[in-house]
Design a binder for this molecule. Structure first.
Ligand SMILES: Nc1nc2c(ncn2[C@@H]2O[C@H](COP(=O)(O)OP(=O)(O)OP(=O)(O)O)[C@@H](O)[C@H]2O)c(=O)[nH]1
Ligand SMILES: [Mg+2]
Length: 372
């Protein structure tokens, strides 16, 4: 559909410091994202600006530097750690003669590689098409016309109209399919709630150790790996061994700062599980220097999807990498609100089991208002 420079697997990263306090962490994260996407980072270009340039995002001199760096290192892709407008993306591709992608596209690419379930694939395709749609409408019409040349001016535009219509059709089909999946999930949730099953959802920053903890708790074998967004699809299992209560637990997609909105929207069906949970286990990498910013980013997404009112236990994981010991902390209502453990070694996991049991029994106590 588009005549864009081909992609490849060796990349130059570009990160401009616009005064964001999490500049360094965000750049480190971009490296991890690139690695998770299967891309080799051959160089990083840094810079500082007051505000993005409307045409090129970076300044002319900086673009020159990026071009040289890409050429010298034989890079085939340039990845910006920012959201680029379609026009910036196009202008940059022209100047750099190299594929240019932004942070959102990179995350979408990882999601596309990881989606396994029918639902996950639908969601990724929808997010990609919606991201593409903005580009088609505003970004490429000008290019299409130019490339058309003599006698081709009209058809260029016509083709674009057709593409846009096809895209719109596909988006509609995907949305309908997702709506059906969503309805199915709602039915499952209703029958669980009728059977008084207590549902627990793991949430947390990507790579915090949710799947490892899930496996530890359920003896399942969900895919856990040192990658960002290793998990995309929600897995729900019965959590045995909780005295007096029937409990299910779900492992789901991780969060990241600046999570693209197209993704939050597309993954609403997946995250629905989280919104309707009786208890959230907010898993945190206790050893990460970026811990507090990660907690804040997760809470932001939780309130965006309307899950900020669900009771939460903050689970500080990976204590084997720190000097911390397994323990619990209670809030002013004597409910366990924070807990320290290692999903890897299993230290403190019994505390978590007991904490889930307490919360489940609390919720089941007669006289308690029942959750909607
Ligand atoms: N040292 C240590 N490593 C851990 C612990 N828990 C998980 N890990 C490691 O952290 C990495 C990420 O673990 P996952 O369980 O895949 O993390 P996740 O939160 O499910 O990540 P996404 O699905 O990508 O969002 C893996 O390399 C795990 O082995 C822990 O308690 N201690
Ligand atoms: Mg996972």
């Amino acid at each position: 559909m588009f005549d864009r420079p081909g992609s490849g697997t060796s990349a130059v990263l570009v990160a401009l410091d616009l005064g964001d306090p999490d500049y360094a962490e965000s750049l480190e994260e971009l490296q991890l994202l690139a690695r998770s996407a299967g891309v080799a980072v051959v160089a990083v270009v840094r810079g500082r600006r007051d505000r993005p340039d409307p045409a090129l995002y970076a300044g002319k001199g900086k673009v020159e530097e990026i071009a040289n760096t890409a050429r010298e290192n034989g890079a085939s892709v340039v990845i910006f750690n920012h959201a680029l407008s379609p026009i910036q993306e196009r202008n940059l591709e022209r100047k750099l003669s190299c594929r240019v992608i932004d942070r959102t596209s990179l995350i979408l690419d990882i999601f596309a590689q990881r989606a396994r379930s029918h639902e996950g694939k639908l969601q990724v395709e929808l997010a990609q098409l919606e991201h593409l749609a903005t580009r088609l409408v505003r970004g490429w019409s000008h290019l299409e016309r130019q490339r058309g040349g003599i006698g081709m001016r009209g058809p260029g535009e016509t083709q674009l109209e057709t593409d846009r219509r096809l895209l719109g059709k596909r988006v509609k089909v995907l949305k309908e399919k997702l709506a059906r999946v969503r309805a199915q999930h709602a039915t499952q949730r209703r029958s669980r709630s009728r059977a008084h099953v207590f549902s627990v959802s793991l949430v947390g920053y990507t790579n915090a150790g949710k799947s490892t903890l899930f496996n530890r708790l359920t003896r399942a074998d969900a895919y856990a790996a040192d990658q960002l967004f290793a998990t995309l699809d929600t897995t729900t299992r019965r959590l045995g061994g909780i005295e007096g209560a029937s409990v299910v637990i779900s492992d789901t997609v991780g969060f990241i700062r600046h999570l693209p909105h197209t993704l939050v929207d597309a993954f609403r069906a997946t995250l629905e599980e989280t919104v309707h949970a009786d208890l959230l286990l907010h898993v945190v990498d206790a050893g990460s220097p970026d811990r507090d910013a990660q907690i804040a980013a997760v809470n932001t997404v939780l309130s965006e999807i309307g899950a900020d009112q669900v009771p939460q236990i903050m689970v500080f994981n990976k204590i084997d990498r720190t000097a911390l010991e397994p323990r619990v902390e209670r809030d002013e209502y004597a409910r366990i609100s924070r807990l320290w453990l290692s999903a890897l070694t299993g230290d403190g996991v019994d505390l978590l089991r007991a904490a889930i049991g307490e919360h489940a029994l609390d919720a089941a106590r007669p006289g308690q208002p029942e959750a909607a």
